[in-house]
Design a protein around this ligand. Structure first.
Ligand code: ASP
Length: 330
């Protein structure tokens, strides 16, 4: 393989944290170059690294403006000839940022997002190994066409399926419905099968940010809070029980809301689809889809919210949004 070029963008997160003398807690402090310097083995790879110190934030404080600017910077790097990109950031929001980058990136070069569950002051800090694996993955032609992937613990997960499934475990990242796309060992990418086709919606996220609400069905909810939230939204994701079911008390509000703004029906479980044509009671998936809700397919609630955000920010009509969910959420 000839020399490959990979752009590195550091955003902060645990991977870049050191102890703050004032609070005694760890805070994002390390630059992208300092992260790379902690992994001398990278120098032995036949990879030319272009380093971008992009943000120093905890994952929870990243926003749409940061991610939109990052998507533009990554696109610039690809236009300048990079074969892949690595993003290092806080693991708290990786499952969302990776999917947002995936939606905004139409090219074939892979974007690999990574982070660390143990910070650099802890024994067994996983940042250096994850960074090395991410650079190898971003440089490997096997991931061309994969869109955005998440690499942690030597596993490669599709942005569309990955979830942070544990709050502290070093093996926190899983794809509950599908398993990982592949793994890294002996310095190479090994895919478990062919890459699935994906749909992207490149374009700027400009103008007023749409307000997309995410409401989760819970036992005994009388629907008062749902109605209050729905009134304040430009789009709504309804994270329903099981295969797409809500309390009967939600039905009138959801039908009224769906006549005004797009309302996406997903499951709150985060593993498996909402059904379409099995249950017939008021508040069932069949009932709600018949009242104008849009089928969210296999997407989990967080990812459905991001897809809806992108589509609304790009000014798409409700019928275009329904079509986009049909192709993306399979
Ligand atoms: N709180 C951290 C963050 O997301 C967690 C992490 O990086 O693992 O910035």
């Amino acid at each position: 393989m000839s020399t490959r070029t990979v752009a590195i963008f550091s955003l902060g997160g645990t991977i870049a944290m050191t102890t703050d003398p004032v609070t005694g807690g760890v805070v994002p402090a390390l630059s992208a170059q300092e992260l790379l310097d902690a992994v001398p083995v990278l120098r032995r790879l036949d990879v030319d690294l272009r380093v971008h110190d992009f943000r120093r934030l905890p994952g929870a404080s990243l926003g749409f403006d940061d991610l939109s600017a990052l998507a533009d910077a990554v696109a610039d790097a690809f236009r300048a000839g990079c074969d892949g990109a690595v993003v290092t950031q806080g693991t708290d929001t990786i499952e969302e940022t990776a999917f947002l980058l995936d939606l905004l990136h139409a090219g074939d070069q892979p974007i690999v997002v990574t982070g660390a569950m143990r910070n650099p002051t802890q024994p067994g800090a996983d940042g250096p190994a994850n960074l090395q694996a991410a650079v190898i993955a971003a440089a490997d032609p096997a991931l061309r066409g994969a869109g955005t992937v998440v690499v942690l613990g030597d596993e490669i997960h599709a942005a569309r399926t990955v979830r942070k499934s544990h709050s502290t475990s070093p093996a926190a990242f899983t794809s509950p419905a599908t398993g990982p796309l592949g793994r890294l060992y002996e310095g190479r990418v090994h895919l478990h099968g062919p890459l699935a086709p994906r749909t992207a919606f490149p374009g700027p996220l400009t103008g007023r940010a749409p307000r997309v609400g995410l409401y989760t069905a819970t036992l005994g909810d009388d629907g008062t809070l749902l109605a209050a939230m729905a009134d304040a939204c430009d789009g709504l994701v309804m994270a329903a029980f099981g295969a797409g079911h809500v309390p009967g008390s939600f039905v009138a509000t959801l039908e009224r809301t769906a006549s005004r703004i797009p309302v996406i029906l997903v499951s709150r479980i985060g593993n498996g689809p909402v059904l379409e044509a099995t249950y017939g009671f008021p508040g069932s998936e069949k009932d709600l889809l018949g009242r104008g809700l849009i089928h969210g397919g296999h997407l989990d609630a967080y990812k459905a919210r991001l897809l809806l955000h992108v589509l609304l920010a790009q000014g798409r009509r409700t019928d275009e949004i329904a079509a986009a969910f049909r192709t993306t959420a399979r």
